[in-house]
Design a protein around this ligand. Structure first.
Ligand code: FMN
Length: 379
C-alpha cells in the first residue's frame, strides 16, 4: 500500500481488481454525468492561498462530528453494494474507519447486514435509511439499527425516484452478477475479488433478504426493491421517522437553501449538502457550488456536512472553508476498498489526512476551526 500515494492510484488499482460491472457502478453518474463532472471541476477551480512563516508545528486535524470527537473532519458515506467492491466490504470499511477514528455509514442497500457489521466491529456506526413504501419494513429497519446501537440515522432524502446510470444498464448490473459470458470471463480474470466475495458473509442485499416475506430469491428481491422507492415521501415522513428513531438524525441530499431552512427546523442534528455524488438529478449544481448559500442561511442551527467530489485533503479543506463542518467520502474510500480491502480503505483515509495536514501547514492554519474563507485565494 505504501506505493499508493494518492486516491487516483487506488482508483487505478481498483479498476484492475474489481469486475467491470461493479467498478462502473461506483464510477458512474446519472445521464450525461454533467453534475458528476461539475462536482470535481468546481472543487479543482478553487485555489488555496499559500501563507508562509506561520508556526504550524502544533496543528491538529481533530474536531467533532455530531458532538463526538473525530480525528479528521471526515466520515465514510453510505455506499450501496459496498460488499461487491470486495467481499465483506462493509465490515472492512467500518473497521478501517473506526481504527482511523472517524464514523462509518452503512447503507440500507448494503451486502452485509446491520447485524453482520455490528457483530464484527466494537464501536457504533451510522445507519443510512432509504424510505420504502412498506412502512412496516422501514420501522423494522429502524428497530434493527437501534438494536445494533447505531449512533446516528442518516435519512437520504434525494432518492424518491432513481436517476438512470447508462453503464449499469449496458453492463446488466445485478446482485449477484448476471451470468452473461462477458461477466463470467471478467470475473475469471479477477480471482482475488471472486475469492473474497465467495468467503464473505453475504452475497445479496443483507438488510432485505430474509426480512421481507417471500423475498428469499434474488430475482423477486430485485423486483421488490425497484418497486419500493416511495414517490410520495414528504416532510411529514421525516417527522414520523424522527419520532420512530428518537436519536441523532442526519438529512442527506440537500442542495437548496429553501429545503435547508426547512431541514433546520426538523430538529435533525445535521444535514448533508449532497447531490448523491452526481447520481440523481443530472444538471443540478455541484455540491460545492450549493454549499455557501446553505451554510450561510442555516448558520449554527444545524450542523452542515458536505459530500460530492472529495478526492483529497485539499478538497476537505475547500469544503470546510466554504462553511462545511465536516465531509463525507464516497468513491475515494470505495477505490481503496476495491484496491486492497481494509488496508486500502485505511490508506485512502491516511492519504487524505496527510494531505489535509500539509495543506493546513502551507496555508498557515493550525486547527480545523481556523479554516475559513481566508484560506481560499482571491476570496
Ligand atoms: C457506488 C455508490 C453507491 C451509493 N449508494 C448510496 C446509498 O446506498 N445511500 C446513499 O444515501 N447514498 C449513496 N451514494 C451516495 C454517497 O453516499 C455520497 O453521497 C457520494 O458518493 C459522494 O460523492 P463522492 O463519491 O464524489 O465522494 C452512493 C454513491 C456511490 C458512488
Amino acid at each position: 500500500m505504501k506505493t499508493m500515494t494518492c486516491i487516483e492510484d487506488l482508483r487505478q488499482t481498483a479498476r484492475r481488481r474489481v469486475p467491470r460491472m461493479f467498478f462502473d457502478y461506483a464510477e458512474s453518474g446519472s445521464y450525461a454525468e454533467e453534475t458528476l463532472r461539475a462536482n470535481r471541476a468546481d472543487l479543482e477551480a478553487m485555489k488555496l492561498r499559500q501563507r508562509i512563516l506561520v508556526d504550524v508545528a502544533g496543528r491538529s486535524t481533530s474536531t467533532t462530528m455530531l458532538g463526538e470527537p473525530v480525528s479528521l473532519p471526515l466520515a465514510l458515506a453510505p455506499i450501496g453494494l459496498c460488499g461487491m467492491q470486495h467481499g465483506n466490504g462493509e465490515i472492512l470499511a467500518c473497521r478501517a474507519a473506526h481504527a482511523a477514528g472517524i464514523p462509518f455509514t452503512l447503507s440500507t442497500m448494503s451486502i452485509c447486514s446491520i447485524e453482520d457489521v455490528a457483530a464484527s466491529v466494537d464501536k457504533p456506526f451510522w445507519f443510512q435509511l432509504y424510505v420504502m413504501k412498506d412502512r412496516g419494513f422501514v420501522r423494522s429497519l429502524i428497530e434493527r439499527a437501534k438494536a445494533a446501537k447505531c449512533s446516528a440515522l442518516v435519512l437520504t432524502v434525494d432518492l424518491q425516484v432513481l436517476g438512470q446510470r447508462h453503464r449499469d444498464i449496458k453492463n446488466g448490473l445485478s446482485v449477484p452478477p448476471e451470468t452473461r459470458v462477458k461477466n463470467l470471463i471478467d470475473i475469471a480474470t479477477k480471482p482475488a475479488w471472486a475469492l473474497s466475495v465467495l468467503r464473505s458473509k453475504s452475497r445479496t442485499f443483507g438488510n432485505i433478504a430474509g426480512h421481507v416475506r417471500g423475498m428469499e430469491n434474488v430475482n423477486s428481491l430485485a423486483v421488490w426493491i425497484a418497486s419500493q422507492f416511495d414517490e410520495t415521501l414528504s416532510w411529514k415522513d421525516v417527522e414520523w421517522i424522527a419520532n420512530e428513531w428518537g436519536g441523532k438524525l442526519i438529512l442527506k441530499g440537500i442542495l437548496d437553501v429553501e429545503d435547508a431552512l426547512i431541514a433546520a427546523k426538523t430538529g435533525a442534528a445535521a444535514l448533508v449538502v449532497s447531490n448523491h455524488g452526481g447520481r440523481q438529478l443530472d444538471g443540478a449544481p455541484s455540491s460545492i457550488a450549493a454549499l455557501p448559500p446553505i451554510a450561510e442561511a442555516v448558520g449554527s442551527s444545524i450542523e452542515v456536512l458536505f459530500d460530492g467530489g472529495i478526492r483529497s485533503g485539499q478538497d476537505i479543506m475547500r469544503a470546510i472553508a466554504l462553511g462545511a463542518h465536516a465531509c463525507l467520502s464516497g468513491r475515494a474510500y470505495i477505490y481503496g476498498l476495491g484496491a486492497g480491502g481494509q488496508a486500502g480503505v485505511a490508506r485512502a483515509i491516511e492519504i487524505m489526512r496527510n494531505e489535509l495536514s500539509v495543506s493546513m501547514a502551507l496555508t498557515g492554519v493550525t486547527g480545523i476551526d481556523k479554516i475559513d474563507r481566508s484560506v481560499i485565494a482571491g476570496a
